[in-house]
Structure formats: structure tokens, C-alpha cells
Design a protein around this ligand. Structure first.
Ligand code: PMP
Length: 317
């Protein structure tokens, strides 16, 4: 993974931007013991010709972050606008001039033993780091079906980005990697395709682009939503949201995954079967190129998805 935490100098912690060494929690912290935190994952893209760092859809990310917190009875004492402002201040303090990943967390911060969500204090923190690709081969990944099932909404809310639920993602990803695959597709308890360990999935069959619906235990991805809009507006394709069977994936013309980390990555082999030609397909290639143009600010129609970091005001450290 191309994240470099050594280059992180600051964090937002207990209402202030502080040196990263000062952003520490105790081993007794509730969230550390019970997974009672929620998080977000955002990217900011460096545009060299404009000398600008663009954060991709930060308001939408922070809105989902607050909704995840709401599911876990965690109070976030900031509005999405305030969180965007905090993030811009943090990135200006870091001064990154390259692609960057951002991790906000809201968590039960009381140092106490006892499983519950009530009568505990809540805190918000945020840090960022330079970040490249998350999967090694974005133009041709080889994936498997996980033997694990995706966490069920009635066990841990699937549409929340809940810290404890990523034990499920970690099991899925690790078994895939140690078996020689790049990633894994995970089924839900109904036996239908849900998503990847930390990304949404699309298949293409006979010119139709299909993705599992929001009630199939997926995380409601912001890249998923963005691609659906771009398919409609730029390619005249209406994405169909419906259950996908396992066997449909093997015989699909194209398969790709998407998310803030993986960006848009082609899946060209599933369990030693080629998908289509075994090379990235035309629809995947087109939406992938469009995605990178959009996130780096090269498509005027989607500039309002981007928040520029470097404006003519000093960082408030
Ligand atoms: N599913 C899971 C389980 C994830 O962790 C992620 C990454 N946040 C996604 C899907 C993709 O969501 P997004 O496009 O908002 O990054």
C-alpha cells in the first residue's frame, strides 16, 4: 500500500490541530476495546498545472460520516461545513503537493470497561497522508469469492462505516491476499454479491451496467454514486441496481470495483477465469479515465464536487 504515515506531521485532535505525536489515546479508550468508532476515507488529488489540491466530495463524505456516527450514538459536534474547514486547515498545515488520503474518526473516548453506547464521551480526530494506489494492479486485478459473508445490517449496520465492522473486511482481504488474489468479492447471507472488502462492485453484461442495490448490505459508496451519475450524464447509460448472482460474475463481459481507496479498478480474472477478454474492457476503461479527469479537476461540469485546499489565507494552526 502506498500510504506513508512517516510524512504525517499533524492531526486534528481534541478541537485543535496538533503535532501528530500529541494525538494519542489510552489503551483504556472504549473505542479501542469495543470497536465503538466510525470513520471516513477521503482523497485529495494534486493538480500540477493549477498547483492545487482538490478534495473529492468532502461535504458528502462528512454527511455520511455524521450518519455513521448517528447509527452508533456518537455525537459529532461539527457540521459538515465545519469539518471541511478543519480538513482544509489540516491539509494546509501539512502542505502536501501530491495525492493524499484523509482519515476522519469519531469515537467513544471514555476510558471505561462496559459494553454500551450510552453515557460515554465522544471525540473527533482527523489525519492525512500521501497516498498512491491501494490495489497493486488497477487495470487488471485477479479476485476470488470470499468464504466470509459480508456483515449483515441487522448485526452491525452495513451502511455505516463502523470501526468494529472492519474486522469483517480484514478477514476477507487477508484470506484473499494470502491465497494469492488481489482482492475478494463478498456475498451477503442471501448468497448474492454484496461488494469487495472495502469497495463497491459493478458488472457489465450485454451493454448493461449492473450493481447491487443499497439494501444488499453494501456501504453506500460515494464513488459508486458518482459513477452512476457520470454513466447517466456522460455515457447515456442507466446503471441497473439489482441482485447479482455469483455465476453472473464469472460470465460478465466486464467487472470493476470502485471506492475512495481503490478508485476505479478493473477486475479481469475471477478465480482463474478470464472476465471477457481477460483485459480491461471498454466501458471500464472509459469510466476509469473519466473518473481520473473528474477528480483532478479537468472536467468543468464536475468542478463543484471538488474543494480546493490552497486559497490565499494562512493556515490556522
Ligand atoms: N465498501 C466498503 C466496505 C468500504 O470500506 C468502502 C470505502 N469507503 C466502499 C465500499 C467505497 O465507498 P466510497 O466510494 O465512499 O469510498
Amino acid at each position: 500500500m502506498a500510504g506513508n504515515t512517516n510524512r504525517t506531521r499533524f492531526a486534528f485532535f481534541k478541537d485543535r490541530i496538533v503535532p501528530i505525536e500529541e494525538a494519542q489515546v489510552s489503551v483504556m479508550t472504549h473505542a479501542f476495546n469495543y470497536g465503538t468508532g466510525v470513520f471516513g476515507g477521503l482523497r485529495a488529488y494534486w493538480n500540477a498545472s493549477e498547483e492545487q489540491l482538490f478534495i473529492f466530495r468532502p461535504h458528502d463524505h462528512f454527511q455520511r460520516f455524521i450518519q455513521s456516527a448517528h447509527l452508533m450514538r456518537i455525537e459529532v459536534r461539527y457540521t459538515p461545513d465545519e469539518l471541511v474547514q478543519i480538513l482544509c486547515d489540516l491539509l494546509r498545515a501539512e502542505g502536501f503537493r501530491e495525492n493524499t488520503y484523509i482519515r476522519p474518526l469519531a469515537y467513544k473516548s471514555t476510558e471505561v470497561i462496559g459494553v454500551r453506547l450510552n453515557d460515554l464521551d465522544d471525540d473527533v480526530t482527523m489525519f492525512s497522508l500521501p497516498f498512491g494506489s491501494y490495489v497493486p494492479n488497477e487495470e487488471g486485478s485477479h479476485v476470488c469469492f470470499s468464504a466470509w459473508r459480508r456483515v449483515e445490517d441487522n448485526a452491525i449496520p452495513a451502511r455505516g462505516k463502523i470501526v468494529g465492522a472492519y474486522a469483517n473486511s480484514s478477514l476477507i482481504k487477508t484470506d484473499a491476499l494470502l491465497s494469492g488474489y488481489d482482492e475478494a468479492i463478498v456475498l451477503n447471507e442471501n448468497g448474492h454479491v454484496s461488494e469487495m472488502s472495502a469497495a463497491n462492485i459493478f458488472i457489465v453484461r450485454n451493454g448493461k451496467v449492473i450493481t447491487p442495490p443499497v439494501n444488499s448490505n453494501v456501504l453506500e459508496g460515494i464513488v459508486r454514486r458518482s459513477l452512476m451519475q457520470m454513466f447517466h450524464e456522460q455515457m447515456g447509460i442507466e446503471v441497473v441496481e439489482r441482485d447479482i448472482d455469483r455465476s453472473e460474475v464469472y460470465i460478465a463481459d466486464e467487472v470493476f470495483m470502485c471506492g475512495t481507496g481503490v478508485q476505479v479498478a478493473a477486475i479481469t480474472q475471477v478465480e482463474h477465469r478470464d472476465i471477457g477478454t481477460g483485459k480491461i474492457g471498454p466501458i471500464t476503461q472509459r469510466i476509469r479515465n473519466l473518473f481520473f479527469d473528474v477528480v483532478s479537476g479537468r472536467v468543468p461540469q464536475y468542478r463543484d464536487w471538488l474543494t480546493p485546499v490552497y486559497v490565499m489565507e494562512p493556515a490556522r494552526v
